[in-house]
Design a protein around this ligand. Sequence first.
Ligand code: ADP
Length: 493
Amino acid sequence: MKYIMALDQGTTSSRAIVFDSSGNTVGMAQQEYAQIYPRQGWVEHDPKDIFGSLIGVFYQALIRANVSAEDIAAIGITNQRETTIVWDKNTGEPIHNAIVWQCRRTADYCAKLTEKGLAPLIYKKTGLVLDAYFSATKIKWILDNVKGAKERAQRGELLFGTVDTFVMWKLSRGKIFATDYTNASRTMLFNIHTLKWDEELLNLFGIPANMLPQVYPSGYNFGVTDIGVCGANIPVCSAVGDQQSALFGQLCVNKGDIKNTYGTGCFLLMNTGDCAVESKNGLVTTLGASLNDKPPYVLEGSVFIGGAAVQWLRDEMKLIANAAESEILARSVTDSNGVYVVPAFTGLGAPYWDAEARGTISGITRGVKKEHVVRATLESIAYQVNDVISAMEKDADCKVKTLSVDGGASANDFLMQFQADVSNLQVIRPRAVETTALGAAYLAGLTCGFWNSIEEIKRRQQEKKLFLPKTDEEYRNSLIKGWELAVRRARLK
Ligand code: ADP
């Protein structure tokens, strides 16, 4: 059998990619699906859309690759994390829409728990900041708000899953009820030190243990798809949360390896090996992908507004016609002329965690042109990423020398060079930036013997583009000092 199929169930679309043994894409399909906003700050998906769009792209990708289901050696699944689905064990019917990771409906409840002083306990066990983002309070909300759900859950009639679990259950017509360490570690119910569902937390949130899936490594033979669903009994050989999948897809498998995804926001993950690093700088500790029962620990930090700042230049400021033009304008000037943009549109994340901060453009003098503002906006993405890298370096007590990059805005060579300069490290960009899907594919392929080792995959990998730091220390420090001042201005009340 010649191919691996990666199924990428993302927040706004489902994608399927067929890879050959060199990691080349031979067929790809993508389908967007509906975002449901029942109230301000609430976000839902219809589980029927989640699975319907995914199975749709599964068949489309097969057609585009001109292969049949029998040609697929294994399926790998990667997914939007934390999103919560509860369904009936017997009928398979969800009892409520999926509550999406972005949904803030349980923020007040989380604030109450914080007031009660529960945040340190939760951090100690799960590595997470007590927040509505993670699955635990979303499950509780469904049990509390859907009529009869609590009793049905207690009677063992309901199942909970993150999206990977739900998808595997549907693909196998109820035979596979499982998840992996990376997804489990985002529920706020999983003890990342004992690698078990945590009884004390289950009691705290009133969630019966019998609702929860069995937890396995990300690369694992979970079972096979149902022939009536996929046209063949295809082994499902990986399940992994999207960010950890990208980390694996970049082959950041050693301690100290770090990647950043430059998407709408930015997601930085650092592999810290067998060491669960405690963050003093607002990062979370989570589990990474593995092929055995020893998942690596990972430090994670995110930037809320990354590529979205470029969208803002295009759609609201109308300074550019398309994202790629930002690079041309940025290169047309030698520097930002003292201008700093701080795109704190929704506050600032790690290491500041300041929800009140707001966007600023500062340092404007008479000679400042739109090119400078555009350049400063791109630079702001790199400065924010640099802030997270610095936090990771402090927490993990190491110096980052290489950053692997992917995501839409990593196509911007100016931004990549500026990142290398401002962070004084080497930026590595793979030619194919489909690293999220690749991670799930690598894990599945390594599990089923399609590939024999990570070294073999490394040998087959396509060339990468390198960006080396070119600035001297004095100039770099002056840039960063300017950024720090700009951030202070953005935080003035
Ligand atoms: P997501 O997965 O979060 O939807 P993507 O990885 O598809 O994001 O990246 C989309 C983001 O990348 C957008 O915010 C867009 O503005 C930005 N982007 C795309 N191309 C460029 C470019 N050449 N320069 C800067 N930003 C870009």
